[in-house]
Ligand binder design. Structure first.
Ligand code: CS2
Length: 486
């Protein structure tokens, strides 16, 4: 079996593979990243790698997973190195060196807290997925009954949640007289920085009013829009990448060529010159983020639910069905009247580019991956557009069909009678509601729309109740591929 990718084997990579062009040994940790999944490694870590390569060695990353030790186990024996495989018309490989150390919070909690409290650390960034913020998705406020929040309030020095870790580190830095770090949310929430700031301040306040006020006044949480399609790595990918590297990499990441990062320029403790690596630093991220969530992520979710119900495995495959592809385009078009055009952007061009990205045949982005955690994703992707369209007096049939697709997914059986493995933090209560209602549109739609933390007041709106019930009836009667045409 081939040797493992690590510092000592880097020189053996073939010339075609890009690699860290800097001395990793002299890099200081300036960033702690929580949630070291594939997305972070294909996105922020790659931008930061370019900053290190340009000669600013203050911004090495210590990356931690809060749940599973798998990534630590894969990357620690590789000195944090891994391959980023860009797949499009051409195939490119680069070994990324910005992650100097990988931790698993579950078995190295003291090391993680020390890292968060290192004087050189100026930024803590996060990609922990929507559900890890312990918020009510409809209102964006802290779910104070969340088991992780209750746990972390009872055990503030042995936290489980991202909020718990941030608060523990901010409290210790404050006690030690160190300035706080800037907290950079890189998840697909709306107003992600402002939302995180609100959640963190509330959590800190529940710990102590003084800490709450400190977070409120002293901790900066800039907004950021992050974009790159990153399908989960498969064993086939591992084999292909190892063959190209001539070395074994336990966890390479796969991504599309496109990448975008729009960040609010509010970093009181300093930041890397990410703009030199292609990021856009702006005063206001809001229009970029709304465009991305409501055009890209909304149509992604549409393809995921409707495709999955029809038995379609990947986004590229869904895009080969003219009905589904047309529906994705319609979901994008429907968002447009609700959007402010971000500076330097043309929404028609953005849409064309999105459709081309979705068609990328080299990516196997599974509909099941995108369908997961819908209760946490639909509010900012689809329901926000629905609410704004209703306020503008515009029809909401397309959004209703996406919601209906999610509801049928929740029912746990696809159009071919095949069981769906529903992945959602609210799966138990959703499944109970779906089971009590049965696959009967008139009962299933209202039962799920009554879930207030997901739908809020929108679920009570008669236009929404009528529209979603009708869409669900169409979906059961015709199947997804025909329902999108009706
Ligand atoms: C996807 C996103 O899994 C999902 O829900 O919609 O991860 C999407 O691929 C990224 O946001 C693209 O930037």
């Amino acid at each position: 079996m081939a040797d493992r990718l690590r510092d000592a084997t880097l020189a053996r990579l073939p010339g075609s593979v890009a690699r860290p062009g800097y001395d990793r040994g002299t890099v200081q940790p300036g960033i702690v990243h929580l949630g070291v999944g594939a997305f972070h490694r294909a996105h922020q870590a790659a931008y930061t790698d370019a900053v290190l390569a340009a000669g600013d060695g203050r911004w090495g990353i210590i990356a931690a997973s809060l749940r599973s030790p798998d990534t630590r186990n894969a990357l620690a024996p590789q000195d944090g190195l891994y391959a980023l495989n860009i797949r499009g018309e051409a195939d490119q490989l680069a070994v990324i060196g910005s992650i100097g150390r990988v931790l698993a919070a579950s078995d190295e909690p003291a090391a993680l807290l020390d890292a968060l409290c290192a004087p050189t650390v100026a930024i803590v960034s996060l990609t922990v997925t929507e559900k890890a913020y312990c918020r009510d998705p409809a209102s964006g406020t802290l779910d104070e009954a969340h088991p992780d929040i209750l746990h972390d309030l009872a055990h503030p020095h042995a936290p489980r949640s991202a909020l718990g870790w941030l608060a523990a580190a901010i409290a210790r830095r404050r006690a030690e007289g160190l300035p706080p770090f800037t907290v950079l949310c890189c998840d697909n929430l709306s107003a992600n920085g402002r939302t995180l700031h609100r959640l963190l301040a509330r959590f800190a306040q529940l710990r102590s009013p003084g800490l709450g006020a400190f977070v409120e006044d002293e901790v900066a949480c800039p907004d950021a829009m992050v974009d790159r399609i990153v399908p989960a790595t498969t064993d086939e990918d591992r084999t292909r990448v190892a063959a190209a590297l001539g070395l074994r990499d336990a966890w390479p990441v796969i991504a599309e060529p496109f990448t975008q990062w729009v960040v609010a320029d509010r970093f009181p403790a300093g930041r890397p010159a990410w703009e030199d690596a292609g990021a856009t630093l702006v005063a206001d991220v809001a229009p970029f983020e709304a465009m991305k969530l409501r055009m890209l992520n909304a149509s992604h979710s549409a393809l995921a639910y409707l495709g999955l119900l029809a038995g379609v495995e990947t986004v590229a495959e869904a895009m080969r069905d003219p009905g589904l592809a047309g529906f994705a385009a319609r979901v994008m078009d429907d968002a447009v009247p609700t959007l402010a055009v971000p500076p330097g952007t043309d929404l028609a061009g953005y849409k064309r580019a999105l459709l081309a990205r979705f068609r990328n045949p080299a990516l196997r982005h599974r509909t099941a991956q995108i369908a997961a955690d819908g209760s946490q994703k639909l509010p900012q992707r689809v329901l926000a557009t629905m609410r704004d369209r209703l306020a503008l007096g515009l029809p909401v049939d397309a959004q209703a069909l996406v919601v209906a697709g999610w509801m049928r997914y929740i029912s746990g059986v696809d159009e071919h009678g095949k069981r769906i493995e529903v992945r959602d933090p609210a799966a138990p209560s959703l499944a109970a509601a779906a089971q009590a209602a049965g696959p009967v549109p008139d009962r299933l739609a209202p039962a799920l729309l009554d879930m207030h933390p997901i739908f809020g007041a929108l679920g009570r709106d008669s236009r929404v109740r009528t529209g979603v019930t009708a869409a669900l009836a169409r979906l059961y009667a015709l199947g997804a591929q025909r329902a999108v045409l009706a």
